[in-house]
Design a protein around this ligand. Sequence first.
Ligand SMILES: Nc1ncnc2c1ncn2[C@@H]1O[C@H](COP(=O)(O)OP(=O)(O)O)[C@@H](O)[C@H]1O
Ligand SMILES: N[C@@H](CC(=O)OP(=O)(O)O)C(=O)O
Length: 562
Amino acid sequence: MAASAQFGSGACCVTVKRNSSTSLAFSSSLQSKIGFELASRLICRERNCGKRRALKVNCENRASAVVEKDAALRQGADGNAAQLSIVMKFGGSSVASADRMKEVAGLILSFPEERPAIVLSAMGKTTNNLLLAGEKAVSCGVSNVSELRELSFVKELHLKTVDELGLDKTVISGFLVELEQLLKGIAMMKELTPRTRDYLVSFGECMSTRIFAAYLNKIGAKAQQYDAFDIGFITTDDFTNADILEATYPAVAKRLHGDWTDDPSVPIVTGFLGKGWKSGAVTTLGRGGSDLTATTIGKALGLREIQVWKDVDGVLTCDPNICPDAKPVPYLTFDEAAELAYFGGQVLHPQSMRPAREGDIPVRVKNSYNPRAPGTVITKARDMSKAVLTSIVLKSNVTMLDIVSTRMLGQYGFLAKVFSIFEDLEISVDCVATSEVSTSLTLDPSKLWCRELIQQELDHVIEELEKIAVVHLLQHRSIISLIGNVQRSSLILEKAFNVLRKNGVNVQMISQGASKVNISLIVHDSEAKQCVRALHSAFFENDFQSEVEAADSIETSSATLN
Ligand SMILES: Nc1ncnc2c1ncn2[C@@H]1O[C@H](COP(=O)(O)OP(=O)(O)O)[C@@H](O)[C@H]1O
Ligand SMILES: N[C@@H](CC(=O)OP(=O)(O)O)C(=O)O
């Protein structure tokens, strides 16, 4: 069946053969016909016919369509005034090369019924390389900066991409010159402050978005690049781990919506970056922060859906690097996803669910390498009647403290004192198990991912705690979080402890969060991966679900008999 495929409110219009399905569960013919193969072969010619400006697009299948850029064509497929409808975020792995950028362009073009805003991360391993280059520049000497392997990697990757996409290298050459100058500045100062670190890594997203926008324009899909720090992403001044401030939402909505209404072109926004509200300097949102950029745009514009495109088939039952047999989880709630992200599931940024939850906007996690896979849909609520365990996550290298009051039993205010020490020292606590006079807790090793809890800080905490308690420091621990339906906690714990006993593992602490979706077990680092594999095998590879259903039906029938 032939269908008109419009992209970006009249920016580019193609008529192609496609299946009637417009759902995100890709149809194979849709993918093969309108994937990049086709998009790259589009020949877009802009014509000026007096007052009528039109785009004529010819496709290889000889189908063609003329798009008139007038008010009528700003109507969406749903007949509503065509505002931006979704945000699609592509991570570093999705845009790691020219070929990947072509695929992503094809992917975006293959949802003609959508009017997407795009968020991009830096290409491939660019952020890691920029960070390493910065660290090496501190001590390598100004004259050696040009030879830094990481700088050459970043330069070559971006120049090669520009070349392979047939773009003019001026799209990024200014950035490459400035990047080298910045590294020389770091070498001269022999110092890399968090503020400079953020400015340094921002080059990655600034370049990837410029390349991609230029490429979309080249193939006839009108696109506009935006630096997040210029369009209202206002953050705290916590360099390397900034928080989005409320003022961001109206500012971003005004800018993106305003521009789109004036002259619709696909916004290509830098992920991960913001602008400190006091300093006015570039900030970053913590590693993996482009997910948060996407959900922030979703909430700001009240979009229909937020899509995060990764290199895996959605959120999986476990980190595939630990359990290669991990399977996609079809549905999650915002609470489950947030807990999973916070407790180490590196597939999502820990803070990214907040704007989606506040705006009640579904998040879909998809695989840009396998768009037909249905992925994971994250929403406010889901049917939990059959849900037991959803996924297992691991957070390693955690520090645990056993704190026992030196005062007599019954002293009130002990816990308040303990937690006020952590508050004063700005150290966040992950898991807690407590009695009136003692408490065991784990400390977030990275204060939300990027800032390391350094030994000096730790010594200071212990020194303060020792004024009121006996403190045992236990390092190299891991938190294994069982994300699922805590209404079924007895069942989950029974199974989990059976598995751990069989594997000879001693659990050092248990914590069941108030979120009702997470049970955390603390074990020694050296046993953690083996435990996760054994638990994954028991819960997800051995038909545990049928076991549960059988047990449930026996319970139901005996309840009926009684
Ligand atoms: N539970 C999980 N589900 C899916 N992926 C996971 C999980 N835990 C860890 N990962 C890792 O997260 C990676 C995807 O996240 P990320 O690297 O941030 O993607 P991108 O850079 O494309 O945004 C996967 O390649 C996978 O190795
Ligand atoms: N480039 C940044 C931000 C980001 O979100 O990346 P990714 O989407 O590839 O995880 C990082 O590497 O942390």
